[in-house]
Design a binder for this molecule. Structure first.
Ligand SMILES: Nc1ncnc2c1ncn2[C@@H]1O[C@H](COP(=O)(O)OP(=O)(O)OP(=O)(O)O)[C@@H](O)[C@H]1O
Length: 643
């Protein structure tokens, strides 16, 4: 129970602003009468109040360990940097002078800064000879990508070689950013430059702490965007850049984006304050292979091939002259045979005991196959290319990995993507729990009074999601493999298997939605709509597609499709589970992270209109509650001991 008395400085819970500052006027029985700093008188019960640091009134504090009272109103803590997106350029905060200031400065001596985290990681790596990781999280538009770039800027600054080399590794690393963004980012309703994939950038160092290479791993690229977008969102930036590239565009017969089906589903072609042509130059500077542009152009032409019914029943062929032109262009740019491309799009061969049978595809199936091909080519292009341009150092013993991954998501409607994203966040939360637990043990050895209140073990949610043979992912894969399954049979099986599971519930209004109670407390109850779960989890690799492109005369493209001889497969479609692949990738990521010492940056979006100088408290509080820093509180008075 907190000790309130007349004159106590307090935080008062408020429906609109979350917490208001105030002072107690009088206590009468269960009611406390208080006045807010803005002069409003309120009478509330004690639960609506928290004691407050009066010292911090004037300017606030930027390091929470400086507070006497630590509670939600002051905010949570831990060794986490909370970075609020300024939505304005702040060059004075991120220049060389600043980097110089933070270089070697003990953590906590200067104001909290992204560079301070970068420096702490770099020094820990050098001193302890141990790999480090920096985990950047937050919701869309909170500033993860920008923060990641600043961390990389700092690391390349302190770990860079002396000037004089031709094109140094650190230059290569920094230049990979425009490339990654061109291919992996797009305009969404929430962010003009939203990363449509998660990424783990590993910077490699040699024994003396100098940068020797880098690598990037990507997670869950939103492939569907290549073929489907809605206004005012856009496709990936690189397509618009290519259309604005002048000569190259002309050479590949590209003109305005409005002429391409993959781009004109949304009428948004330009972005405020960005020029497609200028961005193209930046992307181009980071890569020298003409083959990439050619492949991108081929994807756009491919998307413009339309089909009409063919001569035979349920068959299809190119619709008109225009489609034939785009077919020719796509084949030319993919450097493959035009007839073979058409056959790949309009037929499938099925292996039977008697031999191969060629089955005609109707126009819907042909169009679906065309889009699948576009998505597969695009997805393979991204990481392959970026990794090549970075230059990995396979001998490096020490690394600093920067993870930029989507934070916990809970919308009005949640589908498969949110399910995967929240699964990733559960994994990261478990990693965080283990880390804090270890720290707590260290502290108790040193007899420091620190307690990790409400240590929440989320193994049960993880089991629910990923355990074999019965877990949400396993049941989903099973459903995907049986042609007769529907989302309804999947949901029924799910509820049968987990009848009394405390973390899984049915919803009132639907038989097929399910709610998972994630780690993030009340805010973490997420209801998923299973309608398109099965489709979204199916990633068919069409054998003909691979055969077509592995035979391409363009060695770059052929290299993206190493030929697999899978004679045992009866069908030319091979089911591969998106969720299971993601699970494996996460497992590998966790293994990498376990070998490192982690540092955390939580990015916060101050308002939902992306405006500077606007702070919506309830909104921010919600983000902090859902974040990695949830549930970590130091007991009051504990941090005095720590100080
Ligand atoms: N430190 C910063 N200084 C100035 N502007 C920033 C900063 N961080 C973010 N912004 C602004 O906010 C926008 C969104 O940030 P960013 O793209 O980094 O968000 P994100 O968390 O990576 O989002 P998503 O999950 O959608 O990729 C940026 O394009 C930029 O305009």
């Amino acid at each position: 129970m907190m000790n309130f008395s007349k004159g106590s400085k307090v935080w008062i819970e408020d429906r609109i602003s979350a917490w208001e500052t105030g002072e107690i006027l009088e206590i009468s029985g269960k009611l406390v009468h208080a006045v807010t700093t803005s002069g409003k008188k309120v009478s509330v019960t004690r639960e609506k109040l928290l004691l407050r640091d009066a010292d911090a009134d004037h300017a606030g504090v930027d390091d929470l360990t400086k507070l006497t009272y630590l509670n939600e109103a002051e905010t949570y803590t831990g060794s986490i940097l909370v970075a609020v997106n300024p939505f304005a350029k702040l060059p004075h905060l991120y220049n060389v002078h600043m980097m110089e200031q933070y270089k070697g400065a003990p953590l906590g001596e200067l104001s909290p800064h992204v560079f301070a985290i970068g420096d702490a990681s770099y020094r820990a790596m050098k001193n302890e000879r141990r790999s480090q990781s920096i985990l950047v999280s937050g919701e869309s538009g909170a500033g993860k990508t920008e923060t990641t770039k600043l961390v990389m800027q700092y690391l390349t600054y302190v770990g860079g070689r002396a000037a004089g080399d031709d094109r140094t590794v650190e230059q290569q690393i920094l230049e990979s950013n425009p490339l990654l963004e061109a291919f992996g980012n797009a305009r969404t309703v929430r962010n003009d430059n939203s990363s449509r994939f998660g990424k783990f950038v590993e910077i490699h160092f040699d024994a003396s702490g100098r940068i020797s290479g880098a690598a990037v791993r990507s997670y869950l690229l939103e492939r569907s965007r290549v073929v489907q977008i809605t206004d005012p969102e856009r496709n990936f930036h690189c397509f618009y850049q290519l259309c604005a590239s002048g000569k190259v565009a002309e050479k590949h017969k590209l003109d305005h984006p409005s002429n391409f089906r993959y781009l004109n589903q949304s009428k948004t072609y330009e972005l405020d304050g960005r020029s497609n042509a200028k961005e193209y130059m930046k992307t181009k500077a980071a890569m020298d292979i003409e083959a990439i542009f050619r492949t991108l152009a081929a994807i756009l032409h491919l998307g413009n091939i339309e089909f009409s019914p063919g001569k035979e029943n349920d068959s299809s062929t190119t619709k008109d002259k225009k489609s034939i032109f785009h077919l020719q262009m796509a084949a030319e740019l993919f450097m493959c045979d035009e007839k073979l491309l058409l056959a790949t799009l309009c037929t499938r061969s099925i292996k039977t005991r008697e031999g191969n049978i060629v089955k005609e595809l109707d126009r819907e199936a042909a169009a679906a196959g065309r889009d699948a091909l576009a998505k597969t080519v695009y997805a393979r292009l991204l990481v392959q290319k970026v990794n090549k341009s970075l230059g990995q150092d396979t001998n490096s013993k020490m690394q600093i990995g920067v993870l930029d991954i989507y934070g916990f998501e809970c919308f009005q409607k949640n589908s498969f993507e949110q399910f995967c994203i929240n699964f990733a966040n559960e994994k990261l939360q478990q990693h965080f729990n283990e880390h804090v637990f270890k720290m707590e043990q260290e502290y108790s050895k040193e007899k420091i009074n620190w307690s990790y209140i409400e240590f929440i073990d989320n193994q049960d949610v993880l089991d629910l999601i990923e355990k074999k043979p019965v877990g949400i992912i396993a049941l989903l894969d099973e459903a995907c493999m049986f042609p007769k399954s529907t989302h309804a049979t999947f949901a029924t099986k799910l509820f049968q298997s987990f009848k009394d599971h405390p973390r899984l519930a049915k919803t009132k209004f639907s038989q097929t939605d399910f709610t998972v109670s994630h780690y993030a407390g009340k805010a973490g109850h997420v209801t998923y709509q299973t309608d398109i779960f099965l489709d979204k989890n199916r990633d068919y690799v069409v054998v003909e597609h691979c055969n077509l492109l592995s035979a391409s005369k363009c060695s770059f493209l052929a290299g993206l499709f190493p030929s697999e001889s899978d004679a045992s497969s009866k069908s030319s479609y091979k089911f591969s589970s998106v969720a299971s692949r993601f699970k494996q990738q996460l497992q590998a990521l966790m293994e990498s992270l376990k070998a490192t010492e982690p540092h955390y940056i939580r990015c916060v979006k101050p308002n939902s209109s992306n405006k500077p100088h606007k702070f919506e408290s309830p909104n921010v509080l919600q983000q902090l509650r859902c974040g990695v820093i949830n549930k970590v509180r130091m007991s009051r008075g504990a941090k005095r001991a720590e100080k």
